[in-house]
Design a binder for this molecule. Structure first.
Ligand code: HEC
Length: 150
């Protein structure tokens, strides 16, 4: 893999590092205990992407295939809840829920493409998809996640 690409994966990982540290205390509570479905999905996102970045760095493509399905399950839970009429509360811009769903949908489609690429051992596609997915964490957070006050 190109060294520049590798460095940029690390840079993106670094940006998320702060976020990961910020919520590590949450992970110590029992899984999902009292947490909103969205937060549960986001914790799954965090774990999955840490694993994916490691998998790319150490060339363990099969790890990607193992880590993505649990994240897809977390998302299915949200979908079922929405279909059952439950309200998903966004940290901000609740009035743009349709846009949130669109971003979420795109995110999960891209996740499937990553899974497929990893299963076929297409490393370059897997890297590109990982970048795309990490970019979409940022885009969605800018719009729908409130930064906690310091
Ligand atoms: C479609 C929108 C969307 C995408 C895509 C998305 N997130 Fe989130 N994320 C949110 C929202 C909204 C919150 C705030 C949830 C809350 O505070 O209730 C959040 C919160 C989080 C949190 C918890 C932070 C906190 O404040 O407790 C983590 C960790 C997280 N996201 C990681 C990720 C990672 C990693 C990715 C990409 C791999 C990602 N998210 C992609 C919408 C998204």
């Amino acid at each position: 893999m190109g060294c520049r690409r590798f460095v940029s994966i690390l840079a993106v990982a670094g940006v998320f590092g702060a976020c990961f540290i910020g919520i590590s205390s949450l992970s110590q509570t029992e899984p999902g205990g009292g947490m909103s479905l969205l937060k549960q999905e986001m914790l799954a996102c965090e774990e999955t992407f840490e694993a994916i970045i490691n998998a790319l760095i150490f060339d363990n493509m099969e790890v990607i295939g193992r880590t993505i399905p649990p994240l897809q399950k977390a998302r299915e839970k949200i979908e079922r809840a929405i279909r059952a009429g439950e309200k998903i509360t966004l940290a901000k811009n609740q009035d743009q829920f349709a846009e949130f769903m669109k971003l979420d949908d795109r995110f999960h489609k891209d996740l499937n493409i990553l899974l497929e690429a990893a299963e076929k051992g297409h490393k370059k596609v897997a890297e590109e998809q990982t970048h795309k997915l990490l970019d979409s964490c940022v885009v969605c957070h800018q719009k729908f996640r409130k930064r906690p006050s310091p």
